[in-house]
Design a protein around this ligand. Structure first.
Ligand code: SF4
Length: 437
């Protein structure tokens, strides 16, 4: 990120406070569509579960629940559906609400004054950005994911229900909630994008959008994503649109890249939660060498119009590897956009780590920050500070409750997948194994 963009971030932060202490642009500009077709203002909000907010095709944008949320955020009230932001902020961290404040996805809005922003955006909410989670079709099965994010995990869970349901497991209830319980619903709604009415509404909306962002599953193996790209090209609306998508990078090739050449701007986020064997352990079926090579193909296209970066998560399994990951990016002149905490499942969140391991991770990351202080851009510095803050907090109850579940989940998957925590993540394994009672 350039210094100019850094300054833009700061500018937007000032805006936010002028509008209200809880302001967030998402309910005024964006519709997130989850992997079952449910609508929310952003990917971490929980409104479809608790408010009167409809399915995307069922009047979401005009729903009374969404209007109530808008009013709450404008009036400085912490709406309960935005729980994840309030939690991060209460821990002194930068929430998505704050970090994404600069990501109003339209170049046209960047130069507005606060008053113009109020007139043009707040008074006239309009979907300018669709953030799609395109169902669960995926070629990988990551440790922190669930049947909603990966068709391989869905199949795995169906085949091994008994292993996650053993009465002796401390994590039985959570495994049931995260892995087994969603299965019938996933089966029922995962093909939401095939509904003709949904497709009609999306085609109608596409010409008015400034941006479309897509995650999955894996977008590059999803037929509908290809169809959207082809539709935008055919209708000539790609030239007005910013396209961002997240990919695990396994299927990237030069032929696929031709679909992207007409978009006004493109940002490709590569999912990379570790280096080498840590990467392959977390992102099962992913191959580090393939990722390394395909990343180079993407980098060939890098320009002012075409951005390539990664947006890794941090979690128990990669917390000691994060410095390597940061330095891999720096050595390869690759942009690491931000670091995002895994909150759920709770047994993969770093809050369940013992103090000794958190201190080890803190020291490693702090040294990495020092070594590279002149190379880290503003957002990444904030991201690293967030990780350090998160590591400082003592949460003995979370360790007691969730660390045993981490070991259980890890062993079950090792058995099913033929992987090895000991061999593939040895640095963490060696310091953590004594806590496995
Ligand atoms: S969860 Fe956070 S980022 Fe999402 S809509 Fe609510 S305040 Fe905004």
């Amino acid at each position: 990120m350039s210094e100019q963009e850094d300054n833009q971030d700061l500018q937007y932060l000032k805006w936010q406070d002028k509008i209200s202490k809880t302001f967030c642009h998402f309910p005024f500009t964006t519709s997130y569509i989850g992997s079952g077709g449910e609508a929310d203002p952003c990917c971490i909000s929980e409104h479809h579960r608790i408010n009167d907010i409809g399915w995307f095709t069922n009047g979401y944008w005009e729903s009374s629940g969404l209007e109530k949320l808008r009013q709450n955020l404008l009036n400085g009230k912490k709406d309960p559906g935005c729980r994840r932001c309030w939690i991060d902020e209460s821990k002194g961290m930068m929430s998505k609400r704050i970090l994404d404040q600069a990501k109003v996805p339209s170049a046209n809005l960047e130069n507005l004054t606060v008053e113009q922003f109020k007139e043009q955006v707040i008074k006239k909410p309009k979907i300018r950005w669709i953030d799609f989670q395109l169902a669960n079709l995926c070629n990988l099965a990551c440790r922190m994911c669930n049947p909603w994010n990966s068709s391989i995990i869905e199949e795995e869970a169906l085949e091994h229900i008994d292993k996650f349901s053993n009465d002796k497991l401390k994590g039985k209830e959570l495994f049931h909630k995260n892995i087994i319980k969603p299965l019938p619903r996933v089966k029922e709604v995962k093909d939401y994008w095939k509904d003709p009415e949904f497709r009609r509404q999306i085609e109608e909306l596409l010409p008015q959008l400034d941006a479309i962002t897509v995650s999955g599953g894996e977008p590059t193996v999803n037929k509908y994503f290809s169809e959207i790209l082809d539709f935008c090209k055919r209708e000539g609306i790609d030239k007005n649109m910013i396209l961002k998508f997240t990919t695990n990078g396994m299927q990237i090739n030069r032929k696929y890249m031709e679909k992207l050449d007409g978009f006004k701007k493109v940002e490709v986020k590569i999912s990379m939660d570790g280096t080498g064997s840590v990467y392959e352990y977390i992102r099962w079926k992913g191959v580090w060498e393939t990722l390394h090579e395909n990343r180079k193909i993407l980098e060939e296209y890098r320009s002012d119009r075409f951005k390539v970066n990664s947006d890794p998560t941090y979690q128990v399994l990669n917390i000691l590897n994060i410095p390597n990951l940061i330095e891999y990016h720096l050595e390869n002149d690759m942009d690491l956009a931000n670091l995002n905490p895994v909150h759920e499942p709770e047994y993969h969140a770093i809050s369940c780590l013992p103090k000794e391991i958190r201190e080890l991770a803190w020291n490693k990351l702090d040294k990495c920050r020092e070594r590279n202080k002149d190379s880290l851009h503003y957002n990444l510095k904030m991201g690293v500070n967030n990780v350090l803050k998160y590591l400082e907090a003592d949460r003995p109850n979370e360790e007691k409750k969730y660390l045993p579940m981490f070991f259980e989940h890890t062993k079950i998957l090792d058995q099913i997948r033929g992987q090895s925590f000991e061999k593939q993540v040895p640095e963490l394994y060696n310091v953590l194994k004594k806590y496995d009672h």
